[in-house]
Design a protein around this ligand. Sequence first.
Ligand code: AMP
Length: 113
Amino acid sequence: MVSDCIFCRIVAGEIPADVVTSGERVIAFRDLNPQAPTHVLVIPREHHETVGALAAEDPKALADVVTVAAEVAAEESGGSYRLVVNTGAAAGQTVGHVHAHVLGGRSLGWPPG
Ligand code: AMP
């Protein structure tokens, strides 16, 4: 656990979150500032900064992130969804604990901003 990481603190139960599902390697909770009717963040329990680091260091956890994202989308948005992993400040990553945004429940424009 990284003590100043907000998502590590959610995993540890130190900060409340609206948890959608929780498993051995990942948890999913609703984004505080939703951008779509379904906006859920899926994260590994262990701290990895980026999706590339997660793939290299714990590929099973990355597979679980994608599987849980698909399950959430199937449950909440009929299986049509966008899976976004912002990586690096210029791409909009504001929390340095890798997280996949599951967005769905409305039409989503392309290209993204
Ligand atoms: P990103 O900009 O890709 O790093 O995404 C970070 C996301 O985390 C944003 O969409 C925030 O709204 C969301 N967020 C930040 N703090 C919390 C929190 N305590 N609970 C739920 N979502 C959060």
